[in-house]
Write a protein that binds this ligand. Structure first.
Ligand code: BMA
Length: 760
């Protein structure tokens, strides 16, 4: 009996599982002879056609086929295929697409197959020329709209919230009072600030559900409708509008840019960005816009008109290159001039204000493009032409076989690109790593230890910095030291109050700067300073089982507690380059080379790192800088290297203590090594401390230091040590090397604060 029940439930279950319709038994398969469906102009594409039932050819099947340049087939024929197969050849002299479309008649039903070959698509030129007053038209439209208060309205949609995300229907005013744009806003519940993604829709009229999925990964999402009506009504309302008042809305007032239906639609997207910018949860840094078809066009328009947009994904964008058909070429959906063969000049000129190509030409942020060669709604000719019109950073991902729809892989790739651009889900340290990597492609940053604390002729003033007063800008990076925090002291080893460190570190972070922390802890075994090397058992004593282990856990807790206070008003922890246990290839600190074994050193590193990780400090980017220009061999480096999973940034501390030549040789030697090691292990590298004590040489910066660092591509930063009265490493206005230092920081590849915050 039990067996019987099991059997029936299995049958029932499999019936349920299989109760769906998927695909056709008859298919028309067309293959080109180039795997990427792409040819050079003048080449011949060979297509082989098969009409299949259950994957095997059908005999004596009647087919109708059309072949020729996309949208302009010059061959139209009906034939009977004896064995269900045929071949075809096509070519193009001009860059563009050649399409073969075959329709088979089987048992009274029609089955289509299509294959579209590209010919030198990278050379396709869009036909659309610029509109006369494109920029002033759009800037005035935006300016006028912004006179209308946003007046946002927000309504929680309790049934759409998830455990991670709150969902709301929001609306805000668009182009005039009471003209509203509606959308579904999803905001991560966890306190913090996030990137944002604006989703813009394809043509039509429908409700929207919002994107709780990407929001759940840590991103604000806003999915808007374009018709100025709520987006959560009953489906029938949208169907009625689609078939009634909104029927053919895309063709309204093309001749008059001010009355074109899309004016309110495009401005609605800009107001959506305005609205996102008001959200306290937006991180103010990253904002993407994306959509397909009409939404692909709106992505181009929003990215072009609003510089707060930092990336866009435009998939088979409609409304691009309208004038193509006036030259006998494919044109963008909705094909105004393909149908209206003799348009008025006014309609042609009017179309240029709304042509995606003219927006594409103005974009400055990175973009992701994708479309299918077999798209018969949005011609691939216009999609490539639009892509070719973009001069900013861009990527193209054609999915040859798709039509006006997506493949799963394409969708996944698109999502992954957006998430990466927006840094969705990046924790503090990973976000900083990304920023450092991007910045290191432009040059290297200048950093300075204790920069806003004291200088050659002053101490503890606020809003002062020798570097600022000499160069007009702050360093891009500021370093501070935690030495003393472990004792519960109010001031660090250099008499800087920890409250002041917090204050200046936050100031620098809030002005867009980057911060790094080092730590010169006292000797837990002897009670001496970090430089107390009288007892070689110090490291051993603090490892688990050692006599000072418990004491040292308390020290680590104090470090964790202090770092936890380094957060914004919104609760976001500041990402920090953390550089403990430095210069350990030398033997002047109690964790130095001769003061512990390789294993003890690694144990020390791991103990601190694991402790702080357990405390939830995911905002630390770990930096390892073992030596001072004297690293011997890769072997010595590796002996105490904590491991690729424990280090993100490699460093060298390099001072000119001896002769110039020694300095040059030492720093070059280390950078040779670090550059190679960083390259091989996907790490970043920097000159984590440096300088020439009291800079007695007026041309040291540009004559000695800069030429060495310039040789090493990818150096993230250089950081001269502090300006103590007795021992300073950056000049002030009156110092011998002042003029040369100014020249150094003004060099195109040396970055100060303004260079990394785009506030120049
Ligand atoms: C050293 C010197 C010391 C200072 C320490 C930590 O290199 O500058 O005077 O205490 O760094 O900043």
């Amino acid at each position: 009996m039990r067996k019987f029940i099991l059997l029936t439930t299995t049958i029932l279950f499999s019936l349920l599982l299989n109760a769906q319709i998927r695909g056709n038994n008859v298919t028309v398969l067309i293959q080109p002879d180039h795997q990427d469906w792409t040819y050079k102009t003048g080449e011949t594409a060979k297509f082989s056609v098969q009409v299949l039932a259950s994957s095997t050819p059908i005999n004596n099947v009647e087919v109708y086929y059309e072949a020729g340049p996309e949208m302009y087939p010059d061959v139209k024929k009906t034939v009977t295929l004896k064995d269900g197969t045929m071949t075809w050849k096509g070519s193009m002299k001009q860059p563009g697409f050649y399409r073969l479309k075959v329709t088979a008649k089987v048992n009274g039903k029609s089955y289509d197959g299509m294959c579209t070959a590209a010919f030198s698509p990278e050379k396709i030129k869009a036909t659309t020329t610029d509109a006369k007053n494109f920029d002033s038209f759009w800037s005035k439209a935006i300016e006028d709209a912004r006179k209308v208060p946003l007046d946002p309205r927000v309504e929680l949609l309790a049934d759409r919230c998830t455990d991670k995300v709150n969902a709301y229907q929001v609306s805000f005013q668009n182009i005039r009072n009471n003209s509203r744009t509606y959308g579904i806003l999803c905001v991560p519940k966890k306190e913090g600030t996030y990137p944002a993604l604006l989703r813009v829709p394809g043509a039509g009229c429908r409700p929207y559900s919002g994107d709780t999925w990407i929001a759940g990964e840590g991103c604000i999402t806003l999915e808007i409708g374009v018709h100025g009506i709520p987006v959560n009504m009953d489906q029938s309302v949208y169907d009625n509008l689609h078939n009634g008042a909104l029927d053919g809305y895309w063709d309204s007032n093309l001749e008059d840019p001010d009355r074109n239906y899309y004016k309110r639609v495009v401005i609605g997207c800009i107001r959506a960005v305005d609205y996102i910018a008001t959200l306290p949860q937006w991180n103010g840094e990253r904002l993407g816009v994306t959509g397909s078809s009409q939404g692909g066009f709106l992505s181009l328009a929003t990215a072009a008109l609003d510089k707060r947009v930092t990336c866009y994904g435009s998939v088979h964008a409609a409304l691009c290159d309208f004038t193509g058909s006036l030259q006998g070429k494919p044109d963008g959906w909705p094909h105004y001039f393909y149908w209206d063969k003799n348009p008025s000049q006014k309609r042609i000129e009017g179309s240029r204000y709304y042509d995606g190509v003219n927006f594409a030409r103005r974009i400055t942020c990175p973009g992701w493009f994708s479309f299918g060669y077999n798209d018969d709604v949005v011609p691939p000719t216009t999609a490539w032409g639009t892509y070719n019109s973009v001069t900013a950073q861009k990527e193209i991902h054609p999915y040859q076989q798709t039509g006006h729809f997506w493949y799963q892989e394409q969708w996944d790739e698109w999502n992954a690109w957006l998430m990466e651009q927006l840094q969705v889900g990046y924790t503090g340290a990973a976000q900083l790593e990304n920023r450092l990597r991007a910045l290191s492609k432009k040059g290297y940053m200048f950093g300075h230890q204790d920069d806003p604390m004291y200088g050659l002729s002053w101490q503890w003033d606020r809003n002062r910095s020798d570097v600022l007063e000499l160069t007009g800008d702050y360093p891009a990076i500021m370093g501070f030291d935690l030495g003393g925090i472990e004792m519960g002291d109010g001031k660090n080893l250099d008499s800087v109050p920890f409250t002041r460190i917090r204050e200046e570190l936050m100031n620098h972070y809030n002005r867009g700067g980057i911060v790094t922390l080092s730590w010169h802890p006292r000797n837990p075994l002897t009670g001496g300073t970090a430089w107390d090397i009288t007892n070689k058992n110090t490291v051993k004593s603090i490892l688990p089982g050692g006599e000072c282990h418990e004491k040292f856990r308390g020290w680590m807790q104090r470090v964790a507690d202090f770092i936890k206070t380094l957060k914004t008003d919104g609760g976001v922890r500041v990402p920090i380059i953390f550089r403990p246990w430095h210069e350990n290839a030398g033997s002047w600190f109690w964790w130095g080379w001769d003061l512990c074994t390789d294993d003890e050193y690694k144990g020390l590193w791991n103990m601190l790192q694991d402790y702080l990780n357990k405390e939830g400090l995911d905002n630390l980017l770990w930096s390892y800088s073992p030596s001072q220009g004297k690293l011997k061999t890769a072997d010595t480096f590796m002996r105490r290297y904590p491991g690729n999973d424990r280090v993100q940034l490699l460093g060298v501390d390099a001072y000119q203590w001896g002769t110039e030549d020694e300095f040059k040789a030492g720093l070059s030697g280390e950078l040779d090594f670090l550059k190679k090691f960083a390259g091989d292990n996907n790490k970043m590298y920097a000159v984590t401390e440096c300088g020439y004590k009291n800079i007695p040489d007026a041309t040291w910066w540009t004559r000695v230091f800069k030429p060495i660092v310039d040789k090493y591509e990818g150096v993230v930063y250089v950081l001269p040590w502090r300006n103590d009265v007795k021992e300073y490493f950056a000049p002030d206005k009156n110092q011998t090397s002042a003029a040369d230092f100014k020249k150094f920081v003004e060099a195109g590849n040396v970055m100060m604060l303004k260079d990394i915050t785009n506030k120049k």
